[in-house]
Design a protein around this ligand. Sequence first.
Ligand code: KG4
Ligand code: ZN
Length: 332
Amino acid sequence: MMILGIESSCDETAAAVVEDGRQLHSSVVASQVEIHHRYGGVVPELASRKHIEMILPVVTQALEQAGVAPEDLDALAVTQGPGLVGSLLVGFSFAKGYAYGLGIPWVGVNHLEGHIHSAFLDENPPEFPFVSLLVSGGHTALYHVTSFTAAELMGQTRDDAVGEAYDKVAKVMGLGYPGGAVIDQRAAEGDPTRVPFKRPFLDKNGFDFSFSGIKSAVNRFVQSHADELADLRPHIAAGFQEAVVDVLTHKLLAAAEHQGCGRIAVVGGVAANRRLRERVRAAGAAKGLSVHIPSVAFCGDNAAMIAAVGYHYLQQGMRGGVGDDVYSRNLR
Ligand code: KG4
Ligand code: ZN
């Protein structure tokens, strides 16, 4: 089954062609980073306008790269939520119109399930069940995933998402937006023990997270060391990152142990983080777990993961209807 996936929940317009939920034929992602950079965050109205401009070129490019004509598509899968309503509406309305025009079925997909199943786009996909750590700009959560359409939420952040904390820390250090990848680079040049931060464990035995405290601690440190900031930046980045990665790694392994599960995954934009990948791989190996982290191209927002989930929904007989609408918060 040849599926066109479409994703437009935030500031990336993406389309992909995936066969049978796994075989990737193309994946195109048009980022809007350049536009939102100067505002220090995503401006929803600008994001929607850019999606309108990009949706057709991105879909056309995905089909061309795949060597697939629109008539060869069997179905379409599109992100329905959660995300920015104006952004979601562009991809969702386009998808509906495109599917009805071609006379093929379509299905709405939950963005978070998309991230969780990005693990299946890898050469070495996990078997069920597995415990997945989803770390992105909008979400930080642990799931016990038992099938393609079932994931039990074990814990989540009570305040900031980890990607959001990375972005805010980068901003107070004057490193621009989005800051996750910049902190990742800077931290590699720093000593994580020079400027240590308290590990934000919240509750050592629970699976919820909290990152607003460490974000404020970094902010206070930066304000009180303004004169030495240039020299200290890599060390602050490394100190912050080590504390965050410690907590994420610890809780992921504890969650797997709690479920008696031998497989773990890390997905979402922050799963691109080199230190997190390294630490989870090492900790997983030490415990004899199989570790699944998608290649960096599938960590951030993309449409291949949406097509992958859509395939399983369609196989189960699910279909989108003309009256369906997007949702901004996680409803399912
Ligand atoms: O999954 P994603 O593309 O979008 C959401 O669904 O939120 O995640 C974006 C987040 C941003 O906060 C970004 O700073 C962070 O992922 N990120 C990183 C890295 N690359 C992207 N955080 C840490 N290290 C990275 N290398
Ligand atoms: Zn995302």
